[in-house]
Write a protein that binds this ligand. Sequence first.
Ligand SMILES: [Zn+2]
Length: 308
Amino acid sequence: MTTAIYSHADCQRHEMGQWHPESPARLQAIADQLINAHIDDLLEHREAPLADLADIARNHSPNAIDIVRSQPHEGDDYYPIDGDTSLNRHSWQAALRAAGAAVAATDAVIDGEIDNAFCSVRPPGHHARPSAPMGFCLFNNVAIAARHALDARGLKRVAVVDFDVHHGNGTEEAFRDERRVLMASFFQHPYYPYVDPLPVTPNRVNVPVPAYTKGDVVRQLVLDKWLPALNAFKPEMIFISAGFDAHREDDLGGMGLVEADYAWMTEQLMAVARKHARGRIVSCLEGGYNLSALGRSVVAHVKALAEI
Ligand SMILES: [Zn+2]
């Protein structure tokens, strides 16, 4: 297996204040733990390119793009977008790298250069709505990549699987009426972003779970809800919104997953991808705010992707 890690130094230059949990240190913690686990040398490291505006425009309105692009590109000020999201002078560049990583990884996987990829990028994406940034997220990296796979690369069906503790409302909104996309997730509910969950359909298996839910319940949910839907849908590629804030050590979430649960979920998705999608998986970092738990969980996820 060749698993690539996409990242870029620009992704560590975007920050929203010293206090903010969605911090540049997250990517450093991931990089450190990959080295610490002795798997860093087994992965192919690739620089994230800048996304084309045309790629972003497949999922976002001109106004949503302008909100991020129109920030001043100098000075040390922060420019608030909502109560917990802001821009600094590096944010535009970082947002283009994060989306660019997802698109480039999609191309590399479809072209057979690599088997799968993990994009260790920020800002994250799954709360970003087609019409506006939201909740630490500027552009919806996974939705942009999924649309690229469908509209630029000609795939017929793709799945987006989201295991972040928070509901991927931006992704759900983007693909609400898109029959070529199956979205599968669980999310703590009621909880941020306080959007009422839409009903489960064959294309939308987004399952709310209460606070304190642990891995045994999540695994059963994956077996009972996600896998039957995925196997019926037969996606030609799987995108993962890989948030690790459902970890029991993560204070931004209230769930009880551990590293082994992330490894197990990844193995299940690998099996679906092998069966229907020639193994194609592109995974993108979303949440995960306890730096130690984040790094350890990404190691578990990436080891499963690389079959190490
Ligand atoms: Zn989250």
